[in-house]
Write a protein that binds this ligand. Sequence first.
Ligand code: PLP
Length: 411
Amino acid sequence: MSKKKFSHQILLSKKRKYIYPLLDQGLSAKDLNEGIKVLKSGRITIGKKTQDFENKFNKFLGSKYALMVNSGSSANLLAAFASCNPMRKNKFKTGDEAIIQSLCWPTSLWPLVQCGLKIKFVDINPLTLNVNADDLIKNISKKTKVILVINVLGLSTDIKKIRDFCSKKNIILIEDNCESLGAKFNKKLLGTFGDFGTFSFFYSHQITSGEGGMIICKEKKDYEILKSLRSHGWSRDRNTATKYPHLDPRYIFINSGFNLRPTDIQAAIGLSQFKKLKKFMKIRINNRNKIIKTLKMHKNWSNQFSFVDVPKKVSPSYMVFPIFLNKKFRNKKTNFINYIESKGLETRPIISGSFVKQPSTKLFKLNPRKKKYPGADQVQELGFVIGLHTKNISNKKLKFLSETLLSIDSL
Ligand SMILES: Cc1ncc(COP(=O)(O)O)c(C=O)c1O
């Protein structure tokens, strides 16, 4: 393989037809048909399907209050804005401190910044991709009023330890579970530990509604705040109408607000997918095991790659498959990614890599002391993800994956 062919940068994919894409066609004809039925009914805005999905989501998670939104990012936005809302008793103020891990998604971070919180990053453990609970707790100061923990790629830290600490110190815990629907810590479903738990149904996630998300909470007051913020600050509650007899009860706005509502089309597709969550989880776990086994049994296997450790007490629920290059291949990573992409194996970085290195964090001066986050750096330097599909992987694809990945030796 001639090195001249490669640039120093990962090449943005041209419209390639991948042999092993990041996503398989996860939506079945039945899922799509559920959406089409809503479309044909003529009532596509938020309605019965959304409520039905919310109820079934609560039942599955054992949560009290679930609210569907148009994305996981919107769920995070609502969690942050509800946490400083004047209607809330325990709320943060502008200038208070929020802790978030350095390996994060932009819209886990930005709602906290948009609400006026001062950001403190903590590093992650590169072996599990997740933050270490003790490290995070060590970083808590008197100024910390919010902690946002991301359960990364179907796994988690000891979220119970963080939950217990937050309860003691009156810190608001936002649990970004956008990448881990169905996973458990200590037999308890992730997303249910935080004051708010957020979920994404974007295309590559455990289930999908195309675009879509959910937010759950424990307190009725929080639910009311979230509901009004989701929809223009509106209240259509009878009791509110009685309180304001001089106002038209159809248009009473009790709070600030956004419009983050989903359509019933998204809810119908999401609900149809949700019924298959457990099946998808099982297939993805099996596919992951098969890929690892095939690689390790290959005649050319010599620890070229390593895989994420499943932390203690965690029952995983995967969406993609993170892989790390052996350190000795560090300098080959760009060539390698460009090569396997050119062969039809689609890849992505692990989340956003170290988010502290993104130009947007410089723009907003979020790391003024230029603190280093070696765990997240290591993930960025050595890690990448490939797809983990919702249908049983064929032997042909297993062969393709192992041969393509193990080509690293000859680059
Ligand atoms: C950790 C995390 N939070 C939030 C989001 C945002 O979800 P969405 O794409 O539905 O807006 C994502 C998206 O992948 C994510 O990985």
